[in-house]
Design a protein around this ligand. Structure first.
Ligand code: ADP
Length: 296
């Protein structure tokens, strides 16, 4: 009795089609074509890869985009000025500053400099506040990815036990925020009973809690954290972890999640793979945010 595999790639294609037709329709109605302006600091290959992915997808779906590159040595003031000019430019509908930023720059100051209505990442303090108050807002892409996976797979959340493993402000916290909140509010929530666990949760405690969970969402960045003995029969397991580990036999670097996939798939009813699960859906939801900005 193995779990149904949730294909993040397939769901992402679905989202892409929806965004594309939405943009077609908007442009046909005389709205401006959405334009994404990206700021990329330094030369971290992973960051360059993410940005290329996002701008390519945006363009493929009918948006326009531009990327401004700055060296690692850029000053915080220069970044803030750059963001300010993008905020003012009418043609720019979305502004994205790729994180992480160098040590000498305050990410909080940078996130708060982006106009909230152009904040595709949903990291501005106003968007975080609105999310916490169940108001309509820009939702961080990873959290919407998890939400859409649950919705589109038809997994029930109302009154269910959910455990969110990890409490980061960009990932674990917004996921928990969406799932615990009231479905009748302006930004509908999942009405689940949510437990958040983190670094200080003793492992035996984590196991006790996760065994009661109807849905386990792991965003800890710890390979093999969630094993079959921690999973209730028939649970849904969503793996947000992205960990680069070395294969013990071949020595090759490969991508694994937080979930012991082979073991857990024998117990769970639904499971997301890594890669091919939450990852592609996060990119899709990011593009969704970009396409929707004008309407917010
Ligand atoms: P992300 O941005 O993907 O959430 P972070 O590295 O910022 O990743 O955060 C990892 C989160 O996982 C932190 O909230 C941390 O407390 C949590 N975490 C780390 N180890 C464990 C563990 N063994 N059990 C539960 N949570 C953990």
């Amino acid at each position: 009795n193995t779990a149904t595999l949730i294909s993040g790639r397939e769901l992402a294609r679905q989202i892409h089609r929806e965004v594309q037709s939405e943009i077609l329709e908007m442009v046909a109605q005389g709205y401006r074509r959405p334009h994404l302006s990206v700021i990329l600091v330094g030369n971290d290959p992973a960051s360059h890869c993410y940005v290329r992915n996002k701008t390519r997808t945006a363009t493929a779906l009918g948006m326009s985009s531009s990327t401004v590159f700055r060296p690692e040595s850029v000053s915080q003031d220069e970044l803030l000025d750059l963001i300010d000019s993008m905020n003012r430019e009418r043609r720019v509908s979305g502004v994205l500053v790729q994180l992480p930023l160098p040590e000498h720059i305050s990410e909080r100051a940078v996130c708060n400099a982006v106009a909230p209505e152009k904040d595709v990442d949903g990291f501005h303090i106003v968007n975080v506040g609105k999310l916490s108050l169940d108001q309509r807002c820009m939702i961080p892409a990873t959290a919407s990815a998890v939400w859409e996976i649950i919705r589109r797979t038809g997994i029930e959340t109302v009154g269910k036990n959910v455990v969110v493993v990890g409490r980061s402000k960009n990932v674990g916290m917004p996921i928990a925020m969406l799932l615990h909140s009231d479905r009748r509010h302006e930004r509908p929530g999942g009405d689940a009973t949510v437990t958040i666990t983190h670094r200080c949760t003793p492992r035996p405690q984590l196991k006790e809690i996760s065994r009661l969970a109807d849905i386990i969402i792991s965003a800890a960045g710890v390979p093999h954290l969630i094993t079959a003995d921690m999973v209730k029969e028939g649970a849904a397991v969503i793996d947000v972890g992205i960990n680069r580990v070395q294969n013990t036999t071949s020595g090759e670097l490969c991508l694994v999640g937080d979930v012991d996939f082979e073991g857990v798939r024998e117990k769970a009813a639904f499971i997301t793979p890594v890669p091919g699960g939450v990852g592609p859906m996060t990119i899709a939801m990011h593009v969704w945010n970009e396409g929707l900005l004008e309407q917010l």
